[in-house]
Design a protein around this ligand. Structure first.
Ligand SMILES: [Fe+2]
Length: 311
């Protein structure tokens, strides 16, 4: 296969789905986003078997609407479907499972039908953004946990972020992780701000700022300042790659040290999404390491000291 770089992203052509798997896996760890270009449509079954060489692929049951030709591993992302975003198709920065324990290691997107206009996806690189910080700041951040918004059952679809992710209540309540547990029930209000990447073991920021409402163990002012400092820093253009889609692109997106967002679009854009979990059990345990504050935190608005998604 041929690999070119565009900022931190790896752009791959002439990929051999059977023999290039290890290289793709490594690239995901090092590059945050790996785009595999294809000249022709890739059948759903080929996509699924390719993804299964990278890790375990989550298969949703039929109660989750929008699978591709009966393949529960591939979920259609389109208007009036899952992850539909705002009316105009815009979807704010996010990553998979940003408010829950454990999450897809990789999200894969396959462009079945590109938008007429717009619809570019932006990816961030918070591994390099962390590497570039000074040593004192790194030390401070290593000991901090982010306060994460959680949703109780009452809030569910009615408000906030989830409305733009899940098409209906049943889909939200049925959406599962690889362990078969309902994603909704795995929410956690605290997550480490600095984590080691399971592939290359490098440190990076786990900073899904759209659901972060502060940090534990520091004053309110310090929380506020840190939030905006990190938000500005990670949004620097050095750490953001804008992907212009071609039909049949496969985009592997790291979910540890990267966020992604979609701009507004027109046309009947249809992308197929899958979630991949790395197989190594030790890796999983590390990623699941969070502290249980959920019981007294779920659904609480009290701590919101930074930006809010409620408009
Ligand atoms: Fe996404």
């Amino acid at each position: 296969m041929i690999v070119e770089k565009n900022k931190f992203a790896a752009i791959v052509t002439e990929c051999d789905y059977e023999n290039d798997t290890d290289k793709i896996r490594e690239l995901i760890g090092d590059c945050r986003v790996v785009v595999v270009r294809n000249n022709n449509p890739v059948p759903p079954e080929t996509l699924v078997s390719f993804y299964k060489t990278i890790g375990e692929v989550v298969s949703q049951n039929t109660k989750v609407k929008g699978n591709v030709a009966g393949h529960g591993e591939l979920i259609k992302v389109r208007k009036n479907g899952l992850f539909s975003g705002e009316e105009d198709g815009e979807l704010e920065w996010h990553s998979a499972g940003m408010n829950r324990k454990g999450h897809d290691d990789v999200v894969v997107m396959y462009m079945h039908q590109n938008a007429e206009s717009g619809g570019n996806t932006f990816f961030s690189d918070s591994q390099t953004a962390f590497t570039d910080l000074d040593d004192d700041t790194k030390d401070i951040l290593r000991n901090i946990k982010s306060k994460i918004v959680t949703y109780n059952a009452k809030l569910k679809l009615e408000q906030m972020y989830y409305k733009r992710i899940f098409s209906d209540e049943q889909t939200m309540m049925e959406f599962k992780d690889i362990d078969g547990q309902n994603s909704f029930e795995k929410q956690t209000p605290r997550k480490d701000l600095v984590t080691a990447h399971p592939i290359n073991n490098k440190e990076g920021l786990y900073f899904p700022w759209t659901v972060i409402r502060g940090f534990s163990g520091i004053s309110k002012d310090a929380q506020h300042n840190l939030y905006y400092k990190l938000k500005n820093h990670t949004q620097d253009e050095k750490y953001v790659y804008e992907h212009e889609w071609n039909n049949y692109d496969i985009c592997f997106s790291d979910q540890h040290h990267s966020l992604h967002k979609r701009e507004a679009y027109t046309g009947d854009r249809e992308l197929w999404r899958a979630g991949i979990w790395y197989r190594d059990e030790e890796v999983k345990e590390k990623a699941d390491e969070t502290i249980e504050y959920r019981d007294h935190q779920a659904g609480s608005y009290d701590e919101w000291s930074c930006e809010s998604l409620i408009k």
